[in-house]
Design a binder for this molecule. Structure first.
Ligand SMILES: C[S@@+](CC[C@H](N)C(=O)[O-])C[C@H]1O[C@@H](n2cnc3c(N)ncnc32)[C@H](O)[C@@H]1O
Length: 249
């Protein structure tokens, strides 16, 4: 990894490289966790509107969820990621077949890959620019259109440069949710970077206790916690990562 150039400039984030390299690994553990969260552990996660924060070019975070919400909104800071998602939404790019087939099997449904992918596309109602570091993350006042469920994969702890900033992100997430709304987030343990092409993006991990306390301080209760080991991840140096399921008080 010595030759990688360190960056925090999202202009260097290549969604095509990210999609090809990260999704080549099947990430069964993430898919199992999301399936469990929606189907087994927390089977009351339901709602009209779901927002995925920092989707990047990766929609795996909303596939299981798509069975339980009416409308899905994807979002990212980087314009090239939003363009990639728009192409996927229009059907110009397909999500990896292995991943969708794995979820179809988990859900015990009898349908083709395309049918399941199109189901998710139909639920998607918008792709937003977001800056979760901002007090108005979507750039407009959403008082009348808060979300019932928010999901965020490998994003918030990676973008925050210190604990105070991470806490602010969580408060901004909370402002986007209805009271009683659900928040599902994955975080890395012990990571210092993730690779995208020839770049390494700095990643400041926080301890599990810091993350849990920050979630509580932002006005959530923690409903569940699922740990995943990351032995041998090629592009991310986390020792492990985990999902937290929380509910806004
Ligand atoms: C490691 S990628 C995760 C992508 C995807 N959610 C996943 O699980 O693979 C982090 C994402 O966070 C986005 N991001 C970075 N800064 C952000 C910000 N201030 N607000 C919202 N998203 C941001 C990046 O553009 C990138 O798509």
């Amino acid at each position: 990894m010595a030759d990688l150039k360190e960056t925090s400039d999202l202009a260097n984030f290549d969604p095509y490289w990210y999609a090809q390299c990260y999704e080549a690994d099947m990430m069964e553990d993430d898919l199992d966790s999301l399936h469990e969260i929606f189907n087994e552990i927390q089977s009351d996660i339901r709602g009209k509107r779901l927002l995925d924060i920092g989707t990047g070019p990766a929609i795996y975070t909303v596939i299981s969820a798509s069975n339980y919400v009416d409308e899905i909104f994807l979002s990212d800071y980087a314009p090239q990621n939003r363009e990639y998602l728009t192409k996927w939404w229009k059907g110009e790019i397909s999500y990896p077949k292995d991943i969708i087939d794995y979820i179809i099997e988990e859900e015990d449904r009898h349908m083709t890959t395309k049918q399941r992918e199109d189901e998710v596309r139909e639920r998607v109602k918008g792709i937003y620019h977001i800056d979760i570091l901002s007090e108005q993350p979507l750039g407009f006042d959403i008082n009348d259109s808060k979300f019932d469920v928010i999901v965020s994969g490998h994003c918030l702890d990676g973008l925050a440069t210190n604990l105070a900033e991470f806490k602010r992100c969580l408060q901004n997430v909370s402002c986007l949710l209805h009271n009683g709304g659900f928040f599902i987030m994955s975080c890395g343990v012990g990571s210092t970077y993730y690779q995208v092409g020839e770049y390494k993006f700095v990643w400041k991990s926080f301890t599990k206790d810091e993350v849990k306390q920050s979630v509580l301080d932002a006005g959530f209760s923690i409903l569940s916690y699922i740990e995943i080991s990351d032995i041998g991840d090629k592009y991310w140096d986390a020792e492990s990562h985990y999902y937290i399921v929380a509910r806004k008080q």
